[in-house]
Write a protein that binds this ligand. Structure first.
Ligand code: TRP
Length: 455
């Protein structure tokens, strides 16, 4: 046990879990989905989903990790049995696949940082054309993805305190400083207030089924729950720490970063007279156009800062996804961290090759006939998305039917003597016992129907 590593204390754990949570979904997906789904109403629904449904699942995951004291597979096996271990293993495999495509997008952000600051991306006249040629340029895509994964592995190889915790202690405050700087700048722009109005004054007529669906899916992804990443981080947490309070802080920090990202992006978008409904293109096409409009020097500074921010956020998420798999090999297979990190990273890079090729001129990867002619990247993203909600649902059933609620409550009482009998306890028990498994089962079915049958 002693040589597994552990976080130095509550702050280290909170920063690492926040680093895992804050990622592409806060700075890329949240703003574009808010833009597409009517602004403020989406924000409200998203925040409700996070606190009502995701927070209890987050608490449950961390508790399983701390009680099990091992990687995702080992913790389920120890608290349940070998069969439940398979749930942990499924999560680990899913995490590997998430990292294989997530790292590619992280590589794009990394590449954009260089293209904007050092090369001529801002002098382009056609930013949409630039983006599509950027992602279809296989050699640079592979190089950027490779370097990003290398950085991830270089951090994980250092272990929990010297690698993961130290990285997040630097990255998270830096991220906040850059973000606040960009917001301060965006708010001084003409017509910034139109962006703020769109973002903060709700128009309830904009709610559709899609709004609810998108908000729910995003909220599970953003907290990194469902695949056991937090079981792994929880296993490095000591018994004296208050899991409920730490989870609340992580949930709030993650939501705050998403909120701040919107507060930066919408004033920028509205002041440049652009539409917020561009979808995924918002960050890679609309923003560079706006940075260009600021002139060569200011555009480089603001644009460079923005993509640096995106890299900070994604690196700490990639680290948590890699650690999920590494912990398994260390705990279950007794392999040394120093070696296994590089091997697993290499395997993940190889698994990511078809996703990268999806954006090139390779019909075998970008037009899958068995998946409605969609590309391989989309297939991996969709399947792993389903694994989060299915994994979350099964985790709740595990706690309820196998590990039992009394054991969860006992685990949550360590470091938090006021927990038994509190309102929070009753809510968490109700949510994990009934609300979340039902909701997640329905949501999983809806995602499957939507993705596979397109209804
Ligand atoms: N939460 C991260 C984001 O918002 C992504 C992420 C990291 C993740 N670890 C995860 C998603 C584990 C699901 C499961 O970008």
């Amino acid at each position: 046990m002693s040589n597994r590593g552990n976080f130095s204390g509550q702050i280290g754990f909170i920063l690492a879990a926040t680093g895992s949570a804050v990622g592409l979904s806060n700075i890329w997906r949240f703003p574009y989905l808010t833009g597409q789904n009517g602004g403020a109403v989406f924000l409200i629904i998203y925040v409700l989903c996070i606190f009502l449904f995701c927070f209890p699942v987050l608490v449950g995951e961390i508790a399983i990790g701390r009680a099990g004291g091992k990687d995702a597979y080992g913790s389920y096996k120890k608290l349940g049995n070998k069969k439940w271990g398979w749930l942990g293993l499924g999560g680990i495999i899913s995490g590997i696949f998430i990292l294989s495509y997530y790292n590619l997008v992280a590589g794009w952000a990394f590449g954009y940082f260089f293209e904007i600051v050092f090369f001529s991306a801002l002098s382009e006249t056609d930013h949409a054309g630039f983006f599509s040629s950027f992602i279809s340029n296989m050699s640079s895509s592979f190089i950027y993805a490779f370097v990003f994964l290398f950085l991830t592995a270089a951090c994980v190889v250092q272990g929990i305190q010297k690698g993961i915790e130290k990285l997040n202690k630097i990255l998270m405050p830096s991220l906040l400083i850059v973000l606040l700087g960009l917001i301060a700048y965006a708010l001084t722009l003409p017509r910034a207030m139109e962006g703020i109005t769109f973002y903060l004054v709700p128009d309830f007529s904009a709610i559709t089924k899609q709004t609810l669906f998108d908000a729910l899916r995003l909220s599970f992804f953003t907290l990194s729950i469902g695949v056991g990443g937090l079981i792994t981080y929880g296993s490095y947490l000591d018994k004296g720490q208050n899991i409920v309070r730490s989870s609340a802080i992580v949930t709030m920090s993650d939501t705050t970063v998403a909120f701040l990202a919107g507060l930066m992006i919408f004033p920028l978008v509205f002041s440049a007279g652009k539409s917020p409904t561009e979808g995924p293109a918002l960050v890679f096409i609309v923003l560079p156009e706006i940075f260009k409009g600021m002139g060569p020097l200011l555009g480089r500074i603001v644009g460079g800062a923005f993509f640096l921010l995106l890299c900070f956020a994604t690196l700490s998420s990639c680290v948590s996804l890699l650690e999920l798999a590494i912990a398994y090999f260390i705990d279950e297979k007794k392999l040394p961290r120093k070696k296994i990190v590089w091997i697993v990273a290499a395997v993940i890079f190889i698994i990511g090759i078809p996703s990268t090729l999806s954006f090139g001129d390779y019909p075998i990867f970008n037009k899958l006939s068995f998946y409605k002619d969609r590309d391989f990247f989309t297939l991996v993203a969709d399947v792993t998305d389903i694994s989060l909600t299915v994994g979350g649902c099964l985790m709740c059933l595990f706690i309820r039917n196998r590990w039992k609620m009394v054991n969860l409550n006992q685990e949550l009482t360590f470091g938090n003597p006021g927990f038994p009998g509190s309102f929070v306890q009753r809510y968490i028990n109700f949510a994990i016992g009934y609300l979340c498994p039902t909701l997640l089962a329905v949501l999983s079915a809806l995602i499957i129907i939507d993705k596979i049958f397109g209804i």
